[in-house]
Design a protein around this ligand. Structure first.
Ligand code: ZN
Length: 373
């Protein structure tokens, strides 16, 4: 018998979806953090609210369970979304159509966050958590967790496991590996000159950028799971001027840790073809690759033993192409399971919706995992 009721869960998730929280609007994100904090008002938990810096909302860390020297468990949910304020009113109002619950962020990831919160809260109330569990509600996952990465890594240190409530993959699958990613800005500075009379003294930053872009895109290697994309370019001041400045932005994705290091070194050490053009590089590997380790395979097997009781086979997606906060913890060797949230479709789009029938079994599963793992 489940203590969770579908009707109440839908109401709770809808309440959270109604509180729009785009990452870049810290006041909105903090209203959402207020809502999460209110859920724990009468629950015996320890609550920390850490102020966000740099235009980000706050981070809420809620802990409960026995403090007996055993390693703790960590649960991660982000409560920011990619949808600007007004999406709810204009483009994707909260509504139910058959088994579908629509709304901005309902799948990624307010649904999963509410389910995880409900499971954790119920165990905290009944003092049934299997170990000390630290639950982080973070404000900035959708921009690469620029403000909370260090916090997540610190709280993951020594953890027995990390559970992440990102949406389930089609068929209810969980995620046991994700590619890593990196972002770099490449600034080039040449020597400006008149395009008619200055060809001998001018050194084109755009021409140099063209060479470097081709070299970077040549790193694409589908077999190794490497993608290298230059998606933004700017440069020059006028058609009749040899350009002094150019700039482009690089996006890397990679499956293997060694490729992360190789790509990082490659872009940092770009050698100008024309020695008079200066190249300056900013950026970093933003998310290390999340590889399925032995420990992750074991964790997956244990979770599957539990999930079968709810008719959830919880097959794995062998490699998710995008990243999440799971990348940070898995890369540090902590057994991490992602994709434990709600099922649905259309994340990051105006069609975003969750599947209502996935709510109860997956909330029950999360509760069992926090009680047993
Ligand atoms: Zn997400």
């Amino acid at each position: 018998m489940s203590e969770f009721e579908t009707k109440e869960m839908i109401e709770g998730i809808s309440r959270w979806v109604h509180c729009e929280s785009p990452t870049a609007d810290p006041a909105a994100v903090n209203r959402m953090i207020d809502l999460v904090a209110q859920e724990f008002a009468d629950v015996p938990v320890h609550v920390e609210r850490l102020p966000g810096g740099d235009g980000l909302g706050d981070c809420l860390i809620v802990s409960a369970g026995p403090e007996n020297g055993e390693p703790h468990g960590l649960v991660l949910s982000h409560i920011d979304t990619v949808h600007p304020i007004g999406t709810l009113a204009n483009d994707n109002p909260v509504r139910i159509e058959g088994d579908k619950l629509f709304g901005p962020g309902v799948m990624d990831m307010k649904g999963g966050a509410y389910m995880g919160m409900s499971a954790f809260r119920s165990l905290a109330r009944e003092a049934k958590l299997g170990r000390r569990v630290v639950y982080m509600f973070t404000p900035d996952e959708e921009v690469g967790s620029v403000g909370t990465r260090g916090l997540i890594e610190a709280r993951a240190e020594g953890a027995a496991y990390v559970l992440v409530t990102e949406p389930a993959r089609p068929g209810g699958r969980v995620v046991t590996a994700r590619r890593g990613s990196g972002r770099f800005d490449v600034h080039l500075r040449g020597i400006p000159a008149h395009s008619g009379s200055g060809q001998d003294v001018g050194r084109s930053a755009i021409r140099e950028a063209a060479h470097q872009i081709l070299a970077i895109e040549a790193l694409n290697d589908e077999a190794r799971g490497v993608s290298a994309t230059v998606g933004l370019v700017k440069g020059g001041t006028a058609a009749n001027t040899i350009p002094e400045h150019a700039w482009f932005k690089v996006d890397f994705r990679m499956r293997e840790a060694e490729d992360a290091a190789r790509l990082d070194a490659f872009v940092r050490n770009l050698e100008p073809r024309c020695p008079d053009v200066k190249i300056r590089v900013e950026g970093r590997i933003t998310r290390p690759p999340y590889r399925k380790s032995e420990a992750i395979a074991e964790l997956h097997a244990r979770i599957q033993e539990t999930s079968r009781a709810y008719g959830l086979p919880l097959e794995e997606l062998p490699l998710a192409l995008g990243g999440s906060d799971a990348n940070f913890t898995a890369a540090r060797g902590i057994p991490t399971m992602d994709g434990l949230g709600i099922e649905g479709f259309g994340g990051h789009t105006l069609e975003e919706h969750a599947l209502i029938t996935s709510i109860l079994p997956r909330t029950n599963l999360l509760r069992d995992l926090m009680a047993q793992l």
